[in-house]
Each structure stands twice: as structure tokens, then as C-alpha cells.
Design a binder for this molecule. Structure first.
Ligand SMILES: [Zn+2]
Ligand SMILES: [Zn+2]
Length: 156
């Protein structure tokens, strides 16, 4: 992935908002862009520590918030009280289906949802600044669901 544009964007954002431009912030950005899927702040912190980073937990937390503010990351809440992040750099907006049996998260896009959001904003006289749409489902056969077994093993 070409991260140069993402670095530019963060640098401009930090300067414009009078935040300090530190190498740690770009380190967090790189790890966040490389992370596959959705992650909590601690997931990223542990990943960075495993790769021998000297980063502090507080810096990871504060930088993630800045990355959301400058639209490089999207913040997600899947109904379990845990805040998760994912890269929105060079990615199309998408929505999520969360399986309440096994915790599997599936991504999907539906142009209809986007149309409805635009319609609502227009009717109420607002400019759209994002939306969040989660579908909660149950996999039909948990005993034979590979995610069910996988996530069960992981949480032990
Ligand atoms: Zn996603
Ligand atoms: Zn399942």
C-alpha cells in the first residue's frame, strides 16, 4: 500500500489543528493501515509492542482519535461496548453484519442505504457527515459454523 498520501493527510491535519507532528503518530498510522479488519485500541497496542515498538498506550489511544478526526480511520461500535477502528484510507464506505452467536463481522455495501441517507439529510436540510448502520444476525447452524468454533477457542 502506498502510505505517502495518508502521511501527507495526517501531517496537514496536525499542522492545521496545531497538534505536534511526532514520529510516533506516523508509526501508529502505519500499523493501523496495515491491520487487517477491525481492531480495538489495545489490539493495536499489543501488535505494536510485539513488533518491538516503544510506543505508550496513551499515545496509541490519543493518536487513534486524531486519525478518526482526519478521516483516515473509521470508528465502529458493534453493540458490545467495545470501540473498534478500521482503515478508511482508500476504502469505500461499507456497513456491517454482526453475528450475535459467534461474533463474526461481515462487511457489505448497499447503494440503497446510501440513497436513503442522502434522502433523509436532504429532507431535514442537513449536509451528510457520515452514518452508521449495523445489522445483527444469528448464523443458522452454530454447531457447524467455523467462526463459532474459532471465536470460542479464541475467548478461552
Ligand atoms: Zn468494516
Ligand atoms: Zn456463526
Amino acid at each position: 500500500m502506498n502510505k505517502e498520501k495518508a502521511h501527507e493527510k495526517l501531517k496537514d491535519f496536525l499542522k492545521k489543528n496545531k497538534h505536534r507532528v511526532t514520529s510516533e503518530r506516523f508509526e501508529v498510522l502505519d500499523f493501523a493501515l496495515d491491520y487487517k479488519g477491525h481492531f480495538g485500541a489495545d489490539d493495536l497496542y499489543i501488535e505494536m509492542k510485539n513488533k518491538k515498538s516503544n510506543i505508550s498506550r496513551a499515545t496509541v489511544y490519543s493518536t487513534l482519535e486524531l486519525l478518526v478526526q482526519c478521516n483516515l480511520l473509521a470508528k465502529r461500535n458493534f453493540g458490545d461496548g467495545k470501540t473498534r477502528y478500521e482503515s478508511s484510507f482508500n476504502r469505500k464506505n461499507h456497513d456491517h453484519l454482526i453475528c450475535i452467536n459467534c461474533g463474526e463481522i461481515k462487511e457489505f455495501t448497499s447503494p440503497k442505504i446510501q440513497e436513503i441517507v442522502e434522502e433523509i439529510c436532504e429532507t431535514l436540510g442537513y449536509e451528510e457527515a457520515g452514518y452508521s448502520f449495523n445489522v445483527f444476525g444469528k448464523c443458522k447452524d452454530p454447531d457447524n459454523c467455523k467462526h463459532y468454533k474459532h471465536n470460542k477457542a479464541k475467548n478461552k
